[in-house]
Design a protein around this ligand. Sequence first.
Ligand code: PEP
Length: 252
Amino acid sequence: MRRPVIAGNWKMHNTVAETTALVEGLLATRPPASVDVVVAPPFTSLPAAAMVAAGSPLGLAAQNVHWETHGAFTGEVSAAMLVELGVGWVIVGHSERRTLFGETDRTARDRARAAQRAGLTVIYCIGETLAEREADRTFAVLSSQTDGLGSLDPDRLVVAYEPVWAIGTGRTASPEQAQEAHAFVRSCLERAFSPAAAAALRILYGGSLKPSNAHELLARPDVDGGLIGGASLDVDSFSAIIRAAADRAAGV
Ligand code: PEP
């Protein structure tokens, strides 16, 4: 049984004060021990989140990391800088990084490798656009996006399947569409690693996941948790999704 992961991607939301309040609110709900709960505040809020979450099982993620250890890379942050803050996870290759900031499979893999070398666990995002799905290219896209992941350490890797057409749009993949894509991604990971490693890897669904659809999506056999944007900004909705993941862990 794979342990569920519920990760909140806060994107460019929440000041230090807002981060403190949100993390305090989340911890007050006493997240169930059967789920890995992770939040990804903006860089500026990571120290505050680390301070509030100290001593708790809440995981802390960054939203990006550079592939070099240091140097003339204005605006970038290294993996060691994140580790120093108490960060344990990092989101890599999010579709907003790909479409708005020129991220490619190659740069995403380079970031992931550097992050893992520093001891971070990588949440590696993949997913097709609407045009690609409509052209029946979903599997081809997922296959090429997972190509080359074999150079990563599967023990420090979580893959997030996020159909781009479902991110922030209110449109969600049906449980059947999610399961089909997740099973396909797992078959790609079998080739990249080994059947045993792929069977142990957590594959998260992302794209307008919310309390009203969490239960049915998280009930699918290959959906091992979620990467959540909008609904992670509210304690009640995020904790409802965490509870749905705990139900999955309990086989409910
Ligand atoms: C995301 O940004 O990874 C995401 C899934 O966003 P949302 O939940 O808002 O669709």
